[in-house]
Design a protein around this ligand. Structure first.
Ligand SMILES: Nc1ncnc2c1ncn2[C@@H]1O[C@H](COP(=O)(O)OP(=O)(O)OP(=O)(O)O)[C@@H](O)[C@H]1O
Length: 662
């Protein structure tokens, strides 16, 4: 075993495509968590953050943001566009007014006459400023609620899609990474819309200023454009590195978060304290956080380097621009008033351009996250649980499994291999076998959670592969081994198995009683008690109480087939007996029960037993038939469990005697 462990470690290292994993990655997670980011460089179409591509992509980005906003609120989009257009026009008129005022002030005549000629222009400038302010307010009024609305729509589509993909996709790490990266898309979509509003406003303003500058001299427009290039290059280069880093560190970051959650959550709280796992986890969290800090440090150094270079270049271009202005004045190509207006326009224009570049950069970065959502939606479309298909027969005699083989993605061995068996309806059918023999997997295939690689599951004559998956799900209820602890009220914890119907209190109370979950009546708020200590008014249940609620949930659904996976592990002996009696009763009323349990005494309740071993069916029969064969695997398992009770209750041992003598 040790040898194999060493060999595996070795092979992982040589196959790796970068530096070896850190101690925390290796020790806690068994290998590298950082992703190879080379794929981002090759995925040309959606990963382009160069200056040229960024500008070229601007119409597409604005179009995408407009599309998102349009879906959320058309009226608001139109109002914002109109307001921003009006603001841009006000800026242009304002600049022209300044130019006219300067010309009037610098013209000949007495100061009194010159000042008087400026008065109407000043009144016009005040009116234009007022219009600009109103436009700003109108734009804000309509654009501010747009972002949250877009966020809600995008998040809804993300969550809705996530809940409809096949289980195998959710368990696939590559798909999971996509799922994780698309998680940010809702916030990014909101930011995209917000940035787009600013970008549109800046574009209108720049068009106004460019128009005024062009009227003065075309070279000034060119210099204004050149002045912004270094900043644009630096900003976009930093953005590309940050985005690459985000993807590369995504899984690592999630792992560090998992360690932090273990330290703060309730699941591991007892072992963190009693087993003293806290300092161990804390140390690894520190190491992992430091590694992340080092990455942030690298990005900060890169950003500083690029910004210094860009600022130096911008400074040089600014000097050249003012030199050009002086040349134009000197040569008489520009009047003094025009030069004053040009200085104002260049100052305002370069600030607006710098702002525009950084906004485009944010827009682009956010659009990459929104593109993650598009990739997620496209990829998940291939993994959607198929809708449609034929109906299942209403009354079924038996579910027949034929030559079923199933391998989990990425697993070297099939979990089920060529399994053929029958589940007659209205009976209790037990699946028995050692750990990992494939019982739960078979149950999940039966209820349509996984699809077989080969072989089939027939409901009488209907192949389940051709049937509507939603209908297959509708025929099943689950009492799972790892029952879900819904952090909601006790009533929801039971009734959530039948959300398509209003809560039926009579059914709720009777299933709770049957499952031994009537302890809920004694909780502080009865069925409205919140079952999570991490929220206000929440209470904590015991393991067995949770299990009873899980059993009640399965029964509340009243489906045709009830899958019961190790239902009594946390129950006391009385509750266990009660549970099996109830399972027997529901089977007698016509419900099919697929029972998975290691308690051989409980299997005696079954009508039919299938024994699995390493993914293969090795025995089938009634409990009596299987017990009668002294060599059957079932008999062996049964005898092992029965041995301690073979001679009646254990005699009082030495320890008890010693205690007595004390
Ligand atoms: N989601 C999964 N992804 C990959 N492999 C899995 C997954 N679930 C189970 N397996 C593997 O499939 C095999 C069968 O597992 P399964 O849970 O069906 O066994 P089981 O008989 O129910 O075991 P137990 O009695 O311990 O509950 C095991 O080798 C297990 O490691």
């Amino acid at each position: 075993m040790r040898k194999r462990w060493a060999a595996r470690r070795g092979s992982r290292r040589t196959a790796g495509d970068g530096p070896p994993p850190s101690a925390s990655e290796e020790q806690l997670f068994g290998g590298r968590l950082l992703y190879d980011a080379s794929w981002t460089r090759h995925d040309g179409d959606w990963f382009k953050l160069g200056a040229r591509q960024s500008v070229a992509a601007l119409p597409r980005l604005l179009g995408a943001a407009a599309g998102l906003a349009w879906r959320a609120d058309r009226g608001a989009v139109l109002a914002v566009l109109a307001a921003e257009l009006c603001r841009g026009a006000a800026r242009a008129v304002g600049l022209l007014g300044v130019n006219a005022a300067l010309a009037a002030l610098l013209a000949g005549g007495t100061m009194d006459a010159r000042l008087r000629s400026v008065i109407p222009i000043a009144v016009l400038l005040a009116a234009v400023a007022a219009v600009g302010a109103v436009c700003t307010a109108v734009s804000a009024r309509f654009s501010e609620p747009l972002g949250p609305r877009v966020e809600r729509l995008v998040r809804h589509s993300y969550l809705e899609r996530s809940s409809r993909v096949e289980m195998v996709a959710l368990e696939d790490h590559a798909f999971h990474r996509l799922l994780e990266s698309a998680k940010l898309s809702a916030v990014s979509a909101r930011r995209m819309v917000e940035q787009s509003v600013t970008v549109i406003g800046l574009l209108f303003s720049l068009a106004a200023m460019g128009g005024v500058l062009a009227r003065l001299h075309w070279l000034l427009v060119l210099m204004l454009a050149v002045m912004v290039l270094p900043g644009m290059w630096a900003t976009l280069t930093v953005a590309r590195h940050r985005y690459e880093s985000f993807h590369r560190w995504l899984q690592y970051d999630r792992a560090a978060g998992t360690v932090a959650d273990l330290l703060t959550g309730t699941d591991a709280a007892a072992e963190v304290r009693v087993h003293d796992a806290g300092p161990f986890l804390l140390e690894h969290h520190r190491l992992m956080s430091e590694a992340e800090e080092a990455e942030q440090d690298r990005l900060a150094r890169l950003t500083a380097r690029l910004r210094i270079t860009a600022s130096s270049l911008t400074g040089l271009i600014a000097v050249a621009t003012y030199g050009l202005l002086a040349g134009l004045l000197w040569s008489g190509a520009l009047a003094l008033a025009g030069a004053g207006t040009a200085v104002l326009a260049i100052r305002q224009g370069s600030t607006a351009l710098e702002n525009l570049v950084s906004r485009i950069n944010v827009l682009h970065r956010e659009s990459l996250h929104v593109a993650d959502l598009r990739r997620f939606l496209a990829e998940s479309a291939r993994h959607l649980i198929r809708t449609g298909g034929g109906p299942l027969p209403r009354k079924v005699e038996a579910i027949r499994v034929r030559n079923l083989t199933f391998t989990y993605p990425g697993s070297p061995h099939p979990a089920l291999h060529d399994v053929t068996l029958t589940v007659p309806t209205g009976r209790i059918v037990a699946l028995v076998g050692e750990n990992g023999s494939g019982k739960t997997t078979l149950a999940k295939l039966l209820c349509g959670l996984y699809l077989a690689d080969t072989g089939s599951i027939h409901w009488d004559d209907v192949d389940a592969a051709t049937a509507d998956r939603a209908e297959i799900f509708a025929r099943f209820a689950l009492i799972q081994q790892d029952h879900v602890r819904w952090p909601m009220t006790a009533a929801v914890n039971v009734a959530i198995s039948r959300t398509g119907h209003p809560v039926d209190e009579r059914r709720l109370f009777s299933t709770a009683e049957d499952a031994g979950a009537d302890f809920v009546d004694d909780l502080p708020h009865g069925w409205r008690t919140l079952l999570s200590r991490t929220f206000v008014r929440g209470v904590q249940l015991s393991g067995g109480q949770w299990q009873r609620l899980g059993i009640a949930r399965g029964h509340y659904r009243e489906a045709d087939v009830l899958i019961v996976d190790e239902p009594t592990a946390a129950l006391d002996a009385k509750a266990e007996e009660h549970t099996f009696n109830h399972i027997r009763a529901v089977a007698d009323r016509g419900q099919t029960v697929v029972l998975i349990t290691h308690r051989m005494a409980s299997v005696q309740h079954a009508d039919l037993v299938h024994v699995l071993h390493k993914g293969r069916l090795v025995e089938s029969g009634t409990p009596h038939e299987l017990l009668s064969d002294p060599d059957s695997r079932y008999r062996v398992l049964y005898d092992i469990q029965a041995a301690p009770f073979a001679h009646g209750p254990p005699r009082t041992g030495g320890r008890a005697r010693r205690q007595e003598s004390l």
